[in-house]
Design a protein around this ligand. Structure first.
Ligand code: SF4
Ligand code: SF4
Length: 389
């Protein structure tokens, strides 16, 4: 039988190991953790379903098509299937390979995704139009305070540089208060996640090289991220994309702050108003990097927060819909997922929804506005800035 695409041995094995058991759909009895099942409750809309399609294409029994593209781009890359599948763990990489093959087989990207890819390739960020400078959110004083011998290099990411600017402002404010020397690259480039998740892996290589060289040149021993997707991409993909080991340490902000907390350097008091708070695990921080405890330890240290856990949390957290280019390709589906999160949060009596990701914050803020349920969404770094003693 004719093979319809090139595949690594590992992914070939993974594809053939799928036994259609459906565990990726049903998980721990509560099927709501599987985002695509919220779109459509049949097997095609699941990791196992896509695995079977991949096999059929590989065996020449079916071809690439626009409906298959739309199915693949409903995957938020949340990784819930990888955690719950007892057999394989590389579903998202296989789906990304299929996306690459879509382009090779003449299936065009959806228009909004095409724009994102073109923007990253030409302007090194995801957005349309003429934008201000990447670090224009910094005050002149903060720009001058940047160190030529930094302890920390801060990679800001596209969403925070241009949209969710309160997050980098809070992060820099905390570093400044703690007198930690830091640097930011005025010529930072997109980390490459949007290209990778659109199926354009080779096009990420220049981005990775540029970002890695700038950090190495700064002499910083660690790079810290407030965006978990950027951090996950640096940790899990950059060694492959730059074809050598990464010399500096890669930490999400919550990991970095937890360390400071352990050393007694991050002392948190109250934020000033008593609130019932819950924490939404960003998929690329939790399942993507295994960081679950650090944000909870930080939130529990803030004196006037009463912490309540979502029933779907940690490994079984439900994606907010903000990943995998879903908000641009299928905004209504992204919104449906975010609304579930916001409704659950209100139903459990919380009035503050905290996350640790600019994409989650952006997506859930839209849902809060549409649901008119009087909730607030904040990034954990903003709360740390408010509670810092
Ligand atoms: S992807 Fe894993 S959990 Fe899903 S059907 Fe296949 S073997 Fe089962
Ligand atoms: S990564 Fe998430 S959205 Fe994609 S198939 Fe797996 S569970 Fe579904």
């Amino acid at each position: 039988m004719e093979s319809r695409f090139n595949i690594s041995e590992d992914l070939y094995t993974a594809m053939h190991k799928c036994i259609r058991c459906g565990q990726c759909v049903y998980g721990n009895e509560d099927a709501r953790f599987s985002p695509m099942q919220i779109k459509a409750k049949y097997f095609t809309y699941s990791a196992g379903g896509i695995m079977q399609i991949a096999r059929a294409i590989y065996e020449g029994k079916m071809g690439f098509s626009e409906p298959l593209r739309d199915l693949l781009f409903h995957c938020t890359t949340c990784g819930a299937c990888e955690i719950n599948c007892g057999v394989i763990g590389s579903q998202v990489d296989l789906f990304t390979l299929l996306k690459r093959e879509l382009a090779k087989n003449g299936i065009p990207l959806l228009e909004p995704h095409k724009s994102i890819v073109e923007n990253v390739l030409s302007k090194k960020n995801i957005y349309e139009g003429n934008l201000p400078g990447r670090t224009d959110w910094l005050s002149d004083e903060e720009k001058e305070s940047m160190s030529s011998n930094p302890e920390v290099f801060y990679h800001v990411g596209c969403i925070s540089s241009y949209m969710e600017k309160e997050i980098p402002n809070a992060f820099v404010s905390v570093l400044t208060k703690l007198e930690i020397p830091f640097a930011i690259n005025n010529d930072e480039w997109c980390c490459g996640a949007p290209l990778y998740f659109a199926g354009y892996e080779e096009e990420t290589y220049d981005l990775a090289k540029h970002n890695v060289e700038a950090i190495e040149k700064s002499g910083a021993s660690k790079v810290v991220f407030t965006c978990p997707t950027c951090a996950m991409i640096f940790k899990n993909y950059y060694p492959r994309w730059v074809k050598r080991p990464i010399k500096f340490e890669i930490l999400h902000a919550t990991e970095f702050f937890e360390r400071l907390q352990d050393k007694g350097k991050l002392k948190l008091g109250p934020i000033g108003t008593r609130k019932t708070v819950t924490y939404h695990d960003p998929c690329h921080l939790g399942r993507g990097q295994g960081v679950y405890d650090a944000p909870r330890r930080i939130l529990n240290a803030i004196e006037d927060l009463d912490f309540k856990e979502f029933s779907l949390s940690r490994e079984n957290s439900l994606c907010c819909g903000g990943g995998g280019l879903v908000p641009t390709g299928f905004p209504d589906f992204a919104d449906d997922l975010a609304r579930i999160r916001v409704s659950d949060m209100k139903n459990m009596g919380a009035d503050l929804l905290v996350t640790a990701c600019p994409a989650c914050k952006e997506n859930m803020k839209i849902a809060v506005k549409k649901l008119k349920r009087g909730a607030k969404v904040s990034d954990i770094t903003e709360l740390i800035d408010q509670a810092l003693q």
